[in-house]
Design a protein around this ligand. Sequence first.
Ligand SMILES: [Mg+2]
Length: 240
Amino acid sequence: MRSVVIVDLDDCLIPDGAAARAAIAAVLDEFAIAATEQAVDTVLAAARREWRDHRLVTHREVERVASWEALWADFHDLPMPRETVQALVGNDVRAWRLALHDLGSAADAAQAALAFRRLRRALVRPFPGVESALDSLRERHELWLATDGCRSLQRAKIQLSGLADRFERVFVSGEVGHPKGTAEFTAAVRTALTDGRTVCLVAGDSTTTDLLLAETGGWPFVQITDEVRFVDVPALCRCV
Ligand SMILES: [Mg+2]
């Protein structure tokens, strides 16, 4: 019998929101635009506008992609109708065009979009201590990862983080076909609990998606916050 720990990815193992802000600031820097907090907010607001106004944003493959993630997600090979893919590709350039306009900059939107992709990828690094915490948990558990978003971006992040081979199973909402926190997503996880596997702990930062996964599964939950980091999780495990 194996005991499983289910782990969230974004803002649990690797930074997401803060990394997006840092990458945006770095782009503004490269284009000689003052990278103030307000300027970063302006870019994020433009990204939100472009993404939320998009009528295809509800397709299940991209349902849980955040507007700042859409700035560097690769939509080309997602299993969606060709016209849906074509409509989504270029979202980043359109968002940057809006953002640069709002910032009063004449910089090239396509170049800004490419710069963001490069700079954002470079920021996919685990939080301090995450590798050793995962290795410690792996001594007595199987590690599964459950993350919301589209398969291309979430799997790229897992690869770039260097953490991929620590996980036996990876559940991405776009692949599962249901968002994390829904009964259907939990059912998909439960179905994979073969050979007497049980879930010891769910760890994640979200009090909606991660907590709901734990609640719908009937599994213990530890919330990752500024005070409780993932590095603390091995000490919170009570199973033997
Ligand atoms: Mg998270």
